[in-house]
Ligand binder design. Structure first.
Ligand code: ATP
Ligand code: MG
Length: 417
């Protein structure tokens, strides 16, 4: 763990700008956590002591471009030049969200605060955050950057612990989505969940029924594509959150080797629902509000579980035809499930990859012949043509070298006789 507060020089220029106005700007939340862990943050969030209108005025007075993205929530997005010259409007920039320090109060719906108060105090802003490791800020003074850590976030980072800020029951009653966020950060960072926080997650599980399906789905996708997906599933099950995520649960035979798969949601979900009753899979997926494409891909893979596969070059071509773009992913999942025929699946995968690399014809559209060619040699339009094409396709699966106009016409004419 790096444990050294640091931020890029272009961001320091923003902190100095606020200091010059006797105000303060603090990098806060995920970027602080990631930096202290030695991981480059994917974005920098900044908490500011000023109300949003003042944030905008200060930034614009220095020549910065700003977008008032969420004035109501105190958020102003600033286009911060990477060159460090605040008035540079030509070069590349980073989009930084500057949000007024605030308290939140009265969560009557278990999800949204009834009141947001801009207090301008960083202490308030850190107190409203969910977990100690997410509730730290960097603060700059004449000695440089240091960590503002009011809740023991650094100790928890070192110990690898997810712990709610303040009383966990209160915090989960305020916002039930935090239950899933707790599991998400535990598996994303490989941390354990502190005992009282864990117990409170279990006590509040039922509250997830009030959280929108979209938010639940978003968190579940992050959990499943984390470095510890199997542990994510165990945590969801043991804490009692699973029924609110996948109402019919997962395959009776367990999760399979999820972490051997790429961090792809469709692939890992197909693995999870492999051999799950099909109707239950359909209903589980409906609850996740996925795009049609992702839902279809998952079901195509799970439904391929019933196929009896054979590791032969011919079957590899047929498989590519049946599964299309999912030919290899479906076999990858079969291997991750350690299915009885997993070693056959691995061999078939090698064959299918080789077939694709050779660009072998596997679909009707790949045939070196079309309807007009057959009509020209005396076939009548109609159903018979379709049957002939099926036969020709089978013939090139048997032997791809047959895919030439003359050879296919020869095969077709033989069939005609
Ligand atoms: P990631 O790298 O996955 O984006 P992150 O820590 O940035 O991690 P976000 O969901 O982007 O996570 O949230 C940013 C910060 O806002 C968190 O670190 C946390 O301090 C705070 N936060 C976000 N959602 C909540 C919430 N529901 N309750 C309390 N604090 C929250
Ligand atoms: Mg974030």
């Amino acid at each position: 763990m790096a444990n050294i507060p640091s931020c890029p020089p272009y961001l320091t220029s923003l902190l100095s700008l606020f200091a010059a106005h006797d105000e303060a700007a603090y990098p806060v939340g995920g970027c602080v956590r990631d930096t202290l862990m030695g991981i480059p943050p994917h974005d920098w969030d900044v908490a500011v002591t000023t109300p949003p209108e003042t944030t905008q005025t200060i930034c614009e007075s220095a020549g910065l471009r700003v977008i008032p993205t969420g004035i109501k929530h105190g958020t102003v997005s600033v286009l911060l030049p990477l060159s460090g010259d605040l008035a540079d409007r030509e070069g590349p920039y980073d989009l930084i969200e500057c949000t007024t320090c605030r308290t939140e109060g009265g969560y009557t719906d278990g999800r949204h605060p009834d009141a947001v108060t801009f207090t301008g105090l960083i202490e308030d802003d850190l107190s409203r955050r969910d977990f100690t490791v997410n509730a730290m800020a960097f603060t700059e003074d004449e000695n440089g950057l240091s960590v503002l850590d009011l809740f023991g976030g650094q100790a928890d980072l070192r110990a690898g612990v997810i712990r709610a800020v303040g009383d966990p029951d209160t915090r989960f009653a305020e916002d039930t989505l935090r239950l899933l966020r707790g599991v998400r950060f535990a598996v994303k960072l490989g941390f354990s969940i502190e005992k009282n926080t864990y117990a409170a997650i279990c006590r509040h599980a039922e509250g997830l029924a009030r959280v929108s399906r979209e938010r639940i789905s978003e968190e579940f996708q992050k959990i499943l594509t984390s470095p510890q997906p199997e542990r994510g599933i165990s945590l969801l099950t043991e804490t009692g959150l699973m029924p609110y995520v996948l109402p019919h649960g997962i395959s009776p035979t367990g999760t399979g080797d999820l972490s051997s798969l790429p961090a792809d949601f469709a692939l890992r979900t197909a693995c999870l629902l492999w051999e799950q009753d099909d109707q239950h899979s359909v209903e589980n997926l409906a609850g996740l509000r996925l795009s049609n494409r992702v839902r279809r891909d998952i079901l195509t893979i799970t439904r391929s579980a019933a196929a009896e596969i054979k590791a032969t070059p011919r079957y590899a071509r047929e498989w590519r035809h049946r599964m299309g773009e999912l030919a290899i992913p479906a076999l990858t999942v079969r291997c991750a499930r350690h299915a009885e025929d997993a070693s056959e699946a691995a061999k078939l995968m090698t064959l299918a990859e080789a077939s694709a690399a050779r660009n072998e014809p596997v679909n009707m559209a790949d045939l070196a012949i079309n309807g007009a060619d057959l009509l020209a040699v005396g076939f009548k339009p109609g159903r018979i043509l379709q049957d002939v094409f099926c036969d020709l396709l089978e013939a090139v699966w048997d032997d791809p070298s047959k895919n030439s106009r003359e050879k296919l016409i020869e095969i077709a004419l033989k069939r005609k006789d």
